[in-house]
Design a protein around this ligand. Structure first.
Ligand SMILES: [Zn+2]
Length: 467
C-alpha cells in the first residue's frame, strides 16, 4: 500500500509521491535556543525522527534538515535579562538541546544548520526579493510586502481580516501594511548584527527557514515541510510567501503539522509554573515512557500531559517489557531457528497498514498490544510442541525489531541494575515458589513491590520489572 499523508496545504490525505523517485527532502523548523527544551519540543524531535525512520524503512531515502534558530529577539531579550550575551545564551541552549537528544535517544537530523552560519545566503535571498518587487527597505529594515503575493493565506486558510487580528498587536510604523513582516531588522550596537546593503542588522525568523531549507536541501521545492501546528500562521504562511515569490515554484509538496501539547489542558508556560523540561521528564519517567506517551496518540492530535497519562504509558510499556523478559528467561541458552508465524505476519501487516495511513502510531500500537496478548497465550501451551520455542522467539524478536526500528524503543533487561539485596530477595522468592511455599513467596513479592519491583509468574518462571 502506498503511504498516505494528510497534507495541511490541500487539507486532505494524499498519496505520498516525492519529487524525485524515492528521494525525500524533508525539513522541520527546529528550536529557538533561548531556553531549555520542554516536552512539547521533545514530541516534535521524536515524532519527526520517527516519520523519517518509517519512510526509510518503507524504501525511501530521506535527507532530513532541521535548523537551529540562534539569532532571534527572544534570545536577545533573554541575554539582557541574564546580563549575558546572545552568543552565550544560544550556545548554552544548543549544548542543552544536543544533550536532550541524547537523553531522549533521538537521532540528530542529517543536517542541523544554524541561522548565524547562513546569514550571507539570507542577505542574498532578501536582495532577490527586493529585486523582484516583493520587499522594501525602510531605514535599515526590510519588509516583505504581503499584498504583492496573491496567494497569501493559502496554507493557513484564513481570511485577511483574521490574519490582521493575529498581527495587530505588533505595531511598526515603518510597515506599509500591518500584515507585512520583517525580513531584515536593524540592530543596535549592542545587539548581534551583520553587515548588509541596508546597514548592520539581523535576519527575521521566517526568512531563516525559507533560506536554510532551500539551501541545505538544495532544492526550491521541498518534499516535506514539518513543524508544530502553532507555526502555521504566521511563520509557515510567511515561509510560503517568501519562497514562492522568489522561485515561482511550490515551496513544499506536503505540509505535516504536529498537534499541540498541553499540560492538564493548559498551555505550557514558565509563568504558569507548568513548564516541564526534557531533562526533568526523562529523569522522572524515562525516555521510553515519554515515547510511549507520544505514540499513543496520532501525531496531528493535540495531547494533554498529566501524571495519569504517564502512569498509563508506563503500564503500556510494562506489558511489552513483561513479555520480552519472560521470553528472554525462557529462551536463555537455547538455540532456536526463527520460523514463520501466521499471527505475527497478520499483525505486522496491520501495523504497516496503520503506519502507512498517515503514520497512525496509535492504531499501529493497538495491533502490537494484540500481538503481545497472542504471544502471551503461547506461553501456556505445551512446551513439548515442536514449534513452541520457535514461535515465541520469532514473535518476540520481530516485535522488538519494530519497536526499535520505528519507535526507537529498545527493551533492555536491566538486570545489572539490581542491588545485591534485591537479587537475594528474588532468588529467595523463586526458591519459595519451587518449594510451593506460597505464603513466603507472596510475602517476598510484597516486599519487592515496596521496592518498586514487580514480580510476575508464568509457566516460563518468575520475571520482574521495575515499576
Ligand atoms: Zn521555520
Amino acid at each position: 500500500m502506498a503511504i498516505q499523508i494528510y497534507n495541511s496545504l490541500t487539507k486532505k490525505k494524499e498519496e505520498f509521491i516525492p519529487q524525485t523517485g524515492k528521494n525525500v527532502k524533508m525539513y522541520c523548523c527546529g528550536v529557538t535556543v533561548y531556553d531549555k527544551c520542554h516536552i512539547g519540543h521533545a514530541r516534535s524531535l521524536y515524532i519527526f525522527d520517527m516519520i523519517k525512520r518509517y519512510l526509510n524503512l518503507r524504501g525511501f531515502n530521506v535527507y532530513f534538515v532541521r535548523n537551529i534558530t540562534d539569532v532571534d529577539d527572544k534570545i536577545i531579550n533573554k541575554a539582557k535579562e541574564l546580563k549575558s550575551s546572545s552568543e552565550e545564551v544560544a550556545q548554552r541552549n544548543i549544548d542543552g538541546y544536543y544533550n536532550d537528544l541524547k537523553l531522549l535517544e533521538v537521532d540528530k537530523a542529517d543536517c542541523e544548520p544554524r541561522a548565524t552560519e547562513n546569514i550571507e545566503a539570507m542577505v542574498e535571498y532578501i536582495k532577490e526579493l527586493i529585486g523582484k518587487g516583493y520587499a522594501y527597505e525602510v531605514s535599515g529594515n526590510v519588509y516583505y510586502e504581503v499584498k504583492k503575493f496573491k496567494e497569501y493565506g493559502k496554507l493557513s486558510g484564513q481570511s485577511i481580516e483574521h490574519m490582521l487580528d493575529a498581527v495587530r498587536i505588533e505595531t511598526d510604523i515603518n510597515k506599509k501594511d500591518p500584515l507585512d513582516f520583517a525580513l531584515w531588522k536593524k540592530s543596535s550596537d549592542e545587539d548581534p548584527g551583520w553587515n548588509s546593503p541596508w546597514g548592520r542588522g539581523r535576519p527575521g525568523w521566517h526568512i531563516e527557514c525559507s533560506c536554510m531549507s532551500m539551501k541545505h536541501l538544495n532544492t526550491q521545492t521541498l518534499d516535506i515541510h514539518a513543524g508544530g501546528r502553532d507555526l502555521i500562521f504566521p511563520h509557515h504562511e510567511n515561509e510560503v510567501a517568501q519562497s514562492e515569490a522568489l522561485s515561482g515554484k511550490p515551496f513544499a509538496r506536503y505540509w505535516i503539522h504536529l498537534g499541540l501539547l498541553t499540560i492538564r489542558a493548559q498551555k505550557m508556560a514558565k509563568s504558569l509554573g507548568n513548564f516541564i523540561t526534557v531533562e526533568d521528564a526523562v529523569g522522572k519517567y524515562s525516555a521510553n515512557v515519554l515515547k510511549m506517551f507520544y505514540i499513543s496518540s496520532h501525531y496531528a492530535s493535540p495531547i494533554d500531559f498529566s501524571e495519569e497519562k504517564m502512569a498509563d504509558a508506563r503500564k503500556a510499556l510494562g506489558r511489552f517489557e513483561v513479555l520480552i523478559l519472560k521470553a528472554e528467561e525462557l529462551l536463555k541458552e537455547k538455540n532456536v531457528d526463527p520460523c514463520e508465524v501466521e499471527f505475527v505476519n497478520n499483525f505486522k501487516e496491520k501495523f504497516f497498514e496503520s503506519m502507512d495511513d498517515d503514520f497512525n502510531s496509535a492504531k499501529a500500537l493497538g495491533y502490537l498490544f494484540e500481538w503481545t496478548n497472542e504471544t502471551n497465550k503461547f506461553f501456556d501451551r505445551n512446551k513439548d510442541d515442536s514449534d513452541y520455542y520457535a514461535i515465541i522467539a520469532s514473535s518476540v524478536n520481530q516485535l522488538k525489531e519494530l519497536f526499535k526500528n520505528v519507535f526507537m524503543i529498545t527493551f533492555a533487561p536491566g538486570k545489572e541494575e539490581l542491588t545485591e539485596e534485591e537479587q537475594s530477595l528474588l532468588k529467595q522468592r523463586q526458591e519459595a515458589r519451587l518449594n510451593k511455599d506460597y505464603k513466603k513467596s507472596d510475602e517476598l513479592r510484597d516486599l519487592l513491590k515496596n521496592k518498586n519491583i514487580i514480580v510476575e509468574d508464568s509457566k516460563a518462571g518468575q520475571t520482574w520489572r521495575r515499576l
